[in-house]
Design a protein around this ligand. Structure first.
Ligand SMILES: Cc1cc2nc3c(=O)[nH]c(=O)nc-3n(C[C@H](O)[C@H](O)[C@H](O)COP(=O)(O)OP(=O)(O)OC[C@H]3O[C@@H](n4cnc5c(N)ncnc54)[C@H](O)[C@@H]3O)c2cc1C
Length: 287
């Protein structure tokens, strides 16, 4: 029998009658049915503090002359001097096998209250360091998934749509935040424009989400460029190794959305786990 899994749902919507609330409820019910322990951090309900400030630290500052949030919170984390709201969330992260971020897309990104959770909870030392990042990151044994609603329709976020490629939109959130901390990032669950579609379509979207959750634990994560492809030194500039550059020279696509090397982006790099045949064409994208 599978050991009991813990799932943390970080949830940011104000209204209990919203589509986001319905999506959250589907996840809570389905994961509980699977025997998971499900914890929900309802950020607006908790009135979670969004801004990263000096008030997040108790006790004295290491450098009172020049306040540096990252450095001070790292020391405070090591010494158990972060405020209780942060420590409580960090415990939930530590216990979680999977984190679901459930939110409406705001300005191509997380709502501010969720960004605040990320800024404050994923503190330096606790969630990342320069030695432990990306595929060697602190949370490499955990999974994370962005589950979000949009105002825009799917075609608006195509490469030829008015808002541009959704894969580009997702890169900073999935690579720069989640995978940077090591998370295995599962393909995002996107609910396109629920306010502008018929009720039956919304019901179908919820059913598909429930279906997906049944197989979520065995899903292959998205592909990112592993640290081993780079010279991880300041002298080397953290640049792609010359031999890797040579190896990928004849590839039709770049390595990832961000590591495009001036070539076309690998198709759906941030929205779909790569099928094995595409993997073969991208020698640099080894797991
Ligand atoms: C500051 C801000 C910035 C934004 N930036 C962007 C952006 O960059 N890109 C973008 O695309 N959008 C953007 N938006 C729009 C936003 O993403 C959408 O309004 C939001 O995602 C819609 O989700 P919701 O849960 O609020 O929908 P709701 O309006 O709550 O729900 C939609 C419909 O679903 C119904 N519903 C609720 N429960 C159920 C159920 N169980 N079954 C069936 N139907 C149900 C509701 O009654 C409602 O009719 C922005 C909005 C704001 C406020």
């Amino acid at each position: 029998m599978m050991a009991q899994k813990t799932v943390l749902i970080v949830y940011a919507h104000h209204s209990a009658g919203s589509f986001n609330a319905a999506v959250r409820d589907v996840a809570v019910e389905e994961l509980a049915r699977q025997g998971c322990r499900v914890i929900v951090s309802d950020l607006y309900g908790m009135n979670f503090k969004a801004s990263a400030t000096e008030e997040d630290i108790t006790g004295g500052m290491k450098n009172p002359e020049l306040f540096q949030y990252g450095e001070e919170t790292m020391h405070a984390w090591m010494e158990g001097r972060l405020t209780d709201d942060i420590i409580t969330e960090q415990r939930k992260v530590q216990e979680a096998d999977l984190i679901i971020f459930q939110f409406p897309l705001y300005w191509f990104s997380f709502p501010a209250i969720m960004k605040g959770w990320i800024d404050r909870v994923l503190a330096k030392g606790f969630a990342f360091s320069l030695e432990k990042m990306y595929n060697n990151g602190i949370f490499k044994d955990k999974k994370a998934i962005l589950s979000f609603t949009t105002g825009a329709t799917q075609t608006m976020l195509r490469p030829d749509g008015i808002n541009g490629d959704i894969n580009v939109v997702l890169w900073p959130l999935q690579n720069g935040t989640l995978h940077f901390c090591g998370f295995q990032v599962l393909a995002p669950q996107i609910f396109w424009s629920p306010a502008h579609c018929p009720h039956t379509v919304r019901t179908e979207m919820l059913r598909k989400w429930q279906d997906r959750l049944k197989g979520l634990w065995v899903e292959k994560p998205l592909t990112f460029a592993p640290c081993e492809l780079f010279d991880l030194s300041f002298q080397g500039g953290f640049l792609l190794l010359p031999e890797v550059r040579e190896e990928v020279r004849s590839n039709p696509y770049g390595i990832t959305v961000g590591h495009h090397l001036g070539k076309p982006l690998p198709p759906d790099n941030q929205t779909r786990a790569q099928p094995p045949e595409e993997h073969n064409t991208q020698a640099a994208c080894r797991d």
